[in-house]
Write a new protein. Structure first.
Length: 450
């Protein structure tokens, strides 16, 4: 723990949705939802306007449409988001050699290691300057938390949202954390939170008062001891420069053992979807799918399958995890399930989409928008699948625009640029020779000139 708030946590505000609003003037101030648009799609990011309707990340897209039927629903443009992320991370590296990216839109920075801050005043000045630089460079806003530890800095940035800065003075951590829900602490998910609630612990102060021995009894040695330290406001984890993630995984522990084989399969598929969400958020793909099963007797089995090349397609990961499950004996019940992806890379192997066993479902249910052109049945289907909502296009006469929607052989385009006002809408045949896909325009006009 530090005596000065020199650990900075940056979290870009509703990153994917904000980038879409910045590039599409007609969507500014309006609800925008980014994610998979098929029946099995999930929300990647929702703008703050959409969140007012109850839409949030990881929500099924069908549920989001019911809550916010008039929102703009767009496919993700990950290459575009990654290019913006690169600009932001470069600004952070100018502050310190110790920058720890957590995803495309989130990172820790050790300001002390960079020699740019050694007390509260200098740390605040650096944080405010960083927010201004991000806005000037990308046109987007980010929230900054400053504290003496990573845990508290992350809590501070969450409190700063949207578009703010919160500095928490070292020495005030216990006072800050005491009345908060136990869920605010790292490592306390829904299952652990419910377990603690049943034990009568709902706030962080409850954990601190219970003592380390009681938490170890409830949660085990490692988790219990770690949670007790965090409840005291103590976190000595260093900022690690350029963490080289070797895998991405998610897992759930169930309060009661699961015996039903169908339920187990459903849980594995759900975990696969969440795992791919994290994989994409980190800007990676992977080629080895891993299934983890902890059985009723606490024995843990791990099975893996290595694909021909890296993928970030949820259908591929889901089907591979399902195949691995078929080789596992779950008789007697399952208490924990996990799905992971390792062998990470910065690209995907497009032909892997064919590995998904999709014969019993329409292609749009299982394939992400990026893959929907893989095996169309007709020329019209080919064209329409290339015009996914949110995609960048250019017309020989009307210039740059983006797809609002398509169907029955037609595509509707709004022609506007990040630095223009809301543009006009035109509809064309999907095979119009003057209309073609294009690369995204930069969000700040000076970048275009450069």
């Amino acid at each position: 723990m530090r005596a000065a708030p020199t650990i900075l946590h940056l979290d870009m505000d509703a990153f994917f949705a904000a980038a879409e609003q910045a590039s599409k003037p007609s969507l500014r101030g309006k609800p925008v939802v980014v994610g998979g648009l098929g029946p099995r799609g999930v929300v990647a990011t929702a703008s703050y306007e959409a969140r007012r309707f109850g839409v949030h990340s990881a929500m099924p897209m069908g549920q989001a449409r019911r809550l916010a039927p008039n929102a703009a629903y767009l496919v993700p443009r990950f290459a575009f988001y990654r290019s913006i992320s690169d600009q932001v991370m470069e600004l952070l590296r100018r502050l310190s050699p110790l920058v720890e990216p957590l995803s495309l839109d989130e990172a820790f920075v050790d300001l002390e290691a960079g020699g740019v801050a050694d007390d509260s005043a200098s740390a605040r000045a650096v944080g405010e300057r960083l927010r201004g630089d991000i806005l000037a460079t990308t046109g987007l806003t980010g929230s900054v938390g400053l504290a003496g530890s990573k845990m508290i800095a992350k809590i501070a940035s969450e409190e700063a949202k949207p578009d703010g800065l919160v500095l928490i003075e070292p020495g005030t951590e216990r006072e800050l954390l005491g009345p908060r829900s136990v869920r605010i602490l790292p490592g306390v998910g829904p299952a652990t939170g419910e377990h603690l609630r049943r034990a009568g612990m709902t706030t962080v102060s409850d954990l601190a008062e219970a003592g380390e021995d009681e938490l170890v009894r409830l949660l085990g040695r490692a988790h219990g001891a770690s949670l007790y330290r965090m409840a005291q406001g103590y976190d000595d984890r260093p900022v690690v420069a350029e963490r080289d993630a070797k895998s991405v995984s998610v897992e759930d522990t169930f309060d009661a053992d699961i015996h039903d084989r169908v339920r187990i399969r459903i849980e594995v598929e759900r975990l696969a979807e969440r795992c791919v969400g994290r994989l994409r958020a980190s800007g990676h793909s992977g080629r080895t799918i891993v299934l983890k099963v902890r059985r009723y007797d606490f024995s843990t089995l791990t099975r893996s399958e290595t694909l021909r090349g890296p993928t970030d397609d949820p259908a591929v990961v889901r089907e591979a995890a399902g195949r691995l499950l078929e080789a596992v004996d779950t008789t007697g019940g399952v208490r924990l399930l996990g799905v992971g992806v390792s062998g990470l890379a910065d690209y995907t192997q497009e032909d892997l989409f064919a590995q998904a066993e999709a014969s019993e479902r329409p292609a749009e249910e299982v394939a992400p928008v990026e893959a929907q052109e893989a095996a169309p049945s007709t020329a019209t289907e080919t064209a329409e699948r290339g015009w996914a909502p949110g995609r960048d296009v250019r017309h020989a006469v009307h210039g740059a625009g983006w797809v609002q929607g398509s169907g029955v052989g037609r595509v509707t385009v709004r022609f506007e640029e990040p630095w223009s006002g809301p543009g006009r809408v035109r509809t064309f045949s999907v095979d119009d020779p003057d209309l073609e896909p294009s690369e995204p325009l930069p969000l700040v006009r000076g970048d275009a000139a450069a």
